[in-house]
Design a binder for this molecule. Structure first.
Ligand code: DMJ
Length: 626
């Protein structure tokens, strides 16, 4: 009809109509070729495109953002895109900070940064490219393949502290690293320090330095043959040149602490093999039973034979040799935003039985102990390692994630024990291990209650347990946030009679500070910052050397004796985790809480933050990308 009407029109009207149609058509073509920027900005950065497309797409987005007067692109330290986890929020809602407190806090943060720089300069001057610096003799040491463990372990901290020049000065050195050495390499240490260090630095530097990902990939390739065992559990020590292990025994901490790094590597490279190896281990552990020497569900013993896939002992521990295996179940769950329920279930199982069998309380004190436990004969030991002090941080995160308020109270009790071990020594530093022999099984109803409290409670907690449990937890949930400049910590209580120190060294370890950081970010309680500051001051006093920082041999040295000058008490050793963890957690304890938020990052066990984002794990495992 329109056509027959148009044919009847005069020539002049036909030209006008034709021009109009042509203009409309051109307009549509223009919109298709140059879409409005707002449409592109709505691109969801959480659903990652395949690796080869990542850079191209990111470039497009940056170009357009640059053209528009949009707010400055936020640093990756604030998280990836607008990622919001569907899991419960972990961090406390901190209110606005008074300006005087900001100045006070920032001074502390700056002081910690200077300490990092002091140690780094010493390492850089005397040992750059080696694994460690010996901080008294100023000689290098190479216990981790000689690939520069301190250098790699420091990268993510440098990025967080915005030491960009130092970070960039390391990048060219990475090309020289050759992983094919004729040495027995620890698969676990290489994974948590090097692989974790490379991957975290790669993401925190906005994926601008491909060499970081390439080196991570190369290292993992060298480690892969160590996983060729009947059980799929990797060997403990592996010679990458000779392609052989030293023996068939490994530890639960070693097989259970490669998952985050290997999963991340698959996620970033698109190569499924690493994730597959990690998942095979998790599945193997998940399916173990009595016939493998697992006597209590979730309480994995320590030594395991990789050929037979069977435990060789029955001692389960959250300290040395067991620790991070339990930590990784929860962190895998968080990293993937809860996409794989298996990890959460494994964590819950372990913690449930840890509370039932292993946890102990110290009568009359607000202290909890988590010593090793014989899962076959159901007997406990009396000692606890400093290494166990990561547990409060883990339990606090698990408590929010799985809505288990009791675990938050246990976290606080355990952290009091860890901090107490610093506060009662003459140096203000904690020993490697301690013993409290007079303990009893943890009981939520009697823990941290005086005889008077118990007398008051007795009539009703026998009758109706549940009510009391609920009342106890709600009353303890209140938070004591505050911005007090002259905050006073409680006095240190006298030592329980049955307490003594096992190993009196302080090895510059981070675990207590790690838990202080997590508990502070989760509760907002300033007490945790203050505890951290006390520890920092003690490190400065006792561990600082002319060139860097040293471990110390006796944390409870007799201060009146003549032979106790500071250097005499120092050990010629400085492990790389001082840079990766101890200084990083201290620095973050005094940083604004939105920097490297627990809701945006997961820390590997060496404190290298991995960015939380949306994962499609089954696709990654099939090699189909995200
Ligand atoms: C670190 O290498 C890691 O935290 C590991 O999980 C345990 N020990 C050290 C720090 O003490």
């Amino acid at each position: 009809m329109f056509l027959s009407y148009a044919i009847k029109l005069s020539k002049r009207w036909k030209i006008i109509l034709f021009t109009l149609c042509a203009l409309i058509l051109l307009g549509h073509l223009w919109i298709l070729a140059y879409p409005r920027p707002s449409l592109i900005s709505n691109h969801n950065p959480n659903s990652l495109p395949p690796m080869d497309k990542v850079n191209k797409e990111e470039n497009v987005i940056t170009q357009i953002e640059e053209e528009l007067p949009t707010p400055e692109k936020k640093s990756i330290l604030f998280g990836f895109g607008g990622f919001l986890s569907k899991l419960p929020k972990l961090q406390y809602d901190f209110g606005p900070e008074p300006i005087e407190f900001t100045e006070f806090r920032e001074k502390r943060r700056e002081a910690i940064k200077k300490s990092f720089i002091h140690g780094w300069k010493g390492y850089k001057t005397y040992a750059l490219g080696h694994d460690e610096l010996r901080p008294l003799s100023n000689k290098p040491k190479n216990p981790f393949g000689g690939w520069g463990a301190t250098m790699i372990d420091s990268l993510s901290t440098m990025l967080i502290m915005e030491l960009t020049d130092e970070f960039l000065s390391v990048i060219p050195r990475l090309h020289k690293i050759n992983f094919k050495v004729d040495e027995e390499i620890s698969v676990f240490e290489s994974t948590i320090r090097y692989l974790g260090g490379f991957l975290s630095a790669y993401e925190l530097s906005d994926r601008k330095h491909d060499i970081l990902l390439q080196k991570a990939n190369k290292l993992a390739q060298e480690l892969l043959p160590a996983f060729d065992t009947p059980s799929g559990l990797p060997h403990h020590l592996w010679n990458p040149l000779k392609n052989k292990p030293n023996n068939d025994e490994t530890l639960i901490a070693e097989v259970g602490t490669i998952q985050l790094e290997f999963m991340m590597l698959s996620q970033l490279t698109g190569n499924p093999i690493y994730g597959q190896k990690a998942q095979a281990i998790t599945d193997y552990l998940d399916n173990m039973g009595y016939e493998h020497g697992l006597y209590i569900q979730g309480l994995f013993p320590t030594v395991i034979n990789v050929q037979r896939g069977h435990f060789k002992d029955a001692i389960s521990t959250f300290g040395a040799m067991g620790d991070s295996a339990f930590e990784y179940f929860l962190k895998e769950y968080l990293l993937m935003n809860g996409a794989v329920p298996q990890y959460g279930q494994m964590y819950i199982r372990s913690i449930k039985n840890m509370k039932k069998y292993m946890l102990r309380q110290v009568p009359g004190y607000d202290l909890l102990m988590l010593p090793p436990f014989d899962t076959q004969y159901k007997t406990h030991r009396d000692a606890m390692d400093h290494l166990t002090c990561f547990v409060p941080g883990m339990l606090a995160m698990g408590s929010k994630t799985f809505n288990e308020p009791e675990d938050m109270e246990i976290a606080k009790g355990l952290l009091e024990t860890c901090v107490y071990m610093y506060r009662i020594t003459s140096t203000g530093l904690s020993p490697e291990s301690w013993v409290i022999s007079n303990t009893e099984s943890y009981n939520p109803l009697t823990f941290n209650k005086t005889k008077n409290d118990l007398a008051k409670l007795r009539d009703w907690w026998y009758e109706d347990n549940k009510t009391v449990i609920n009342q106890t937890y709600t009353s303890q949930e209140e938070n004591k946030s505050g911005y007090v400049i002259d905050y006073e910590l409680p006095l240190v209580r006298e030592r329980p009679r049955s307490l003594y120190f096992g190993d009196k060294r302080y090895m510059l370890r981070p675990e207590t500070i790690e838990s202080l950081f997590i508990l502070y970010r989760m509760t907002g309680d300033q007490k945790y910052q203050e505890y951290g500051w006390e520890i920092y001051k003690a490190i400065e006093k006792w561990c600082k050397t002319k060139s860097a920082y040293a471990a110390i041999r006796n944390v409870d040295v007799n201060l009146t004796a003549n032979n106790t000058n500071i250097e005499f008490n120092q050990i010629d050793s400085m492990e790389s985790f001082l840079f990766a963890e101890t200084f990083k957690y201290l620095y973050l304890l005094f940083s604004p809480p939105e920097i490297v938020s627990l809701d945006k990052f997961i820390f590997n066990t060496e404190a290298h933050p991995f960015v939380r984002k949306q994962w499609n794990w089954s696709r990654i495992l099939k090699g189909e990308g995200e």
